[in-house]
Design a protein around this ligand. Sequence first.
Ligand code: ASP
Length: 338
Amino acid sequence: MHSRRRFLQLGSLGLGTLPFLSFKGNTSAVRKPIVISTWDAGIAANKAAWEVLRKGGRALDAVEAGVMVTESSQNCCVGLGANPDREGIVTLDACIMDEFANCGSVAALERIKHPISVARRVMEKTPHVMLVGQGAQQFALAEGFPLEESKLSDDAQKNYTEWLKKSEYKPVINIENRKEHGPFAPSRFDNGEWNHDTIGMVALDANGNLSGSCTTSGMAFKMRGRLGDSPIIGAGLFVDNEVGAATATGQGEDVIRIAGSHTVVELMRQGLSPEQACKKAVERIIRIKGAKAKDIQVGFIAINKRGEYGGYCIQKGFNYAVCYADDKNLLVDGKYIL
Ligand code: ASP
């Protein structure tokens, strides 16, 4: 991901302004459409999603189009340009969920550029929810997705070569505000420690329907076959059209432990705001991890049916992008606990 700004950034989308209902706390007004997504790559992704939403399009189409932007970009941790596993192979995980609780997922998918679109096909064209590995690739090819080269991107090759010097397997996720990292750019990945990020996106469309998407290469230099939370419905992503939608980023193992995104949605069902729900889920992880919580990062973001949004993370450094008007695409620093 690019620089991690610690301030609210206004990003103009360069489009005419559409009217939207003003939204004040717990009034009855609903802010829609709205789309939010993890990290600063979410600004560009939201922009593509907003193109769909502003025309009255479906949230499902928006969240697919949005994260495809990140999958196409050179990114440390999303898409085929991302860092590989410890065998030097890029494996991708993605899932998608719509307003009818339809969902689809692919995991450990190789050489396919848009895992999110394959996940959508799994949802729409198969009786299953998840396809993994070779079977997922076989399905993608049968659906007409092209097989891409297996060559690593230049950045990923450089990072992998560097990592191989020690070949240390570090399942511990980096903490963004550690001084040694500095602002991230793929070419600056020189210490083998910047090892995660995911784009998770949730949207509420003009019709008041919710959908979400999540796509990642998972943890860099992971064990071959390792899956995190991102392709798992209920962990990396969950949508309940009666309540809200949530998605996660960070150390997937610990998101799975608490069925993270599902937990956030259930907490919203109990009446918590998106921010409060994300906070409670983060607190649960911290309680489970005890002293080790300081070594990991997990962030959740969520929206509810009223278009309220929020995010929370374990520690400083996480941000997310929020778009709800032509000229409102904001980068928001996640509140943190430790
Ligand atoms: N959640 C992803 C995983 O564990 C990684 C991340 O979001 O940083 O695979």
